[in-house]
Design a protein around this ligand. Structure first.
Ligand code: ZN
Length: 79
């Protein structure tokens, strides 16, 4: 376990070895959560705006949707 100091602006540097092991590159987003006395950092994955599914997600006008929800939405429209 490595100790890191928090910068004046609240930042920390994720150690290079950890970044390599988790395929994190400059510009990648991470999600930060807390649980009890732990701070949990995970690689960000786009989730469906409707069902929160993180698989097979596409982006449309700044929002992410999974293909299943897109199919359901398409079914609501009758021509
Ligand atoms: Zn969905």
């Amino acid at each position: 376990m490595k100790s890191k100091k928090i910068t004046k602006s609240g930042g920390i540097t994720i150690p290079a070895e950890v970044r390599r092991n988790h395929n994190l590159f400059p510009g990648d987003a991470v999600d930060i959560d807390s649980s009890g006395n732990q701070i949990i950092i995970t690689a960000h994955m786009d989730r469906c705006f409707i069902c929160q599914n993180e698989h097979d997600v596409v982006n449309y006008q700044g929002k992410s949707f999974c293909r299943e929800c897109i199919k359901e939405l398409g079914g609501l429209i009758s021509e």
